[in-house]
Design a protein around this ligand. Sequence first.
Ligand code: NAP
Ligand code: ZN
Length: 352
Amino acid sequence: MYKAKAYSVTSATSPFASTTIARRDPIEHDVQIEILFCGICHSDLHQARNEWSGVMPTVYPCVPGHEIVGRVTKVGSAVTRFKPGDLAAVGCLVDSDGTCPECKAGFEQFCPNQTLTYNFPDKHTGGVTYGGYSDSIVVTERFVLRVPSNLDLAGTAPLLCAGITTYSPMRHWGVTKGKKVGVVGLGGLGHMGVKFAHAFGAHTVVFTTSPRKKDDALRLGADEVVLSRNADEMAKQAGSFDFILDAVAAEHDINAYISLLRRDGNITVVGAPEKPLPLSVFGLIMGRRSLSGSPIGGLPETQEMLDFCGKHNITADVEVIPIQKVNEAYERLLKQDVKYRFSIDMASLKSE
Ligand code: NAP
Ligand code: ZN
């Protein structure tokens, strides 16, 4: 074991503060990574504040962060794909059994024995896993991804969660040229959804509650922007969408979007609000529409997404902050005051 620097919260209401955590020394299949950038996902905020207490109660101290990009510092004797000095990335998963049908199919996100990057039992330390708000991490090679060399690293970190969480359902539901696609909520996930829908050639419509985001939505690749609190604008879109991605982090009326789908259209929810969303089933019945959810993505698809981003030069729009500004960043995230993802420059942790 060795000590790593990190920022943690010690309760649902306490601010982040500097700390040290125990990390395992890299064993046979492990890759040790010096973390260069870590994105701030709204899930980090939900978890740090124990907003998902019914599903995934938070164990304190909690070190969030699952949008990790860094440089390899050490590898175990059995590691073949990485060597010290290589760029590397880690997302929301750090382990799975590797033997179940889901893992064999490359769907580690559905493995019943998966290990999440933070706030999850850690079989190596006996405690819980600690995420990327830290200066280093040790991860088994199978869960370490390659970073295309042409991409800006601060903007690459958010691809590991916001990127794959929007890329995967769009691929699954066949978002391509000729399809009309909606993205609800122009936040960290939503803005990546717009970039991907546009890159896949779909007619892309952003639904936002924030009029001031209109110009950005168009710049990010939207063909149209709808102010979702304007009933007339919403009514004009009725029954016209093949696919809608709902990336909203708070309570909202999902039925209003279901009615915008065509026959057999699908709305996939990726946003994970604290409270249940009321559903009117008539919207689904009339039109044989479907509602589904989607969690992150498996390892092969995450690598595919990173390579796609490398080829198309896609990264997140980020505001880079030092770790010392993480508390302020959380408050700004809640006020939707970030364009469109915070990315923490981990060099700032050296001074702690
Ligand atoms: P974010 O950056 O805070 O963006 C959320 C967006 O939702 C906001 O920018 C805003 O967009 C909209 N919004 C916020 N409050 C709203 C309200 N009261 N009514 C309507 N719209 C509202 O969050 P994020 O990091 O993108 O994460 C979004 C959600 O996805 C979170 O719940 C997160 O936990 C979840 N998530 C799920 C997965 C998964 O695997 N399924 C992975 C990562 C994150 P506008 O200003 O445009 O309206
Ligand atoms: Zn996330």
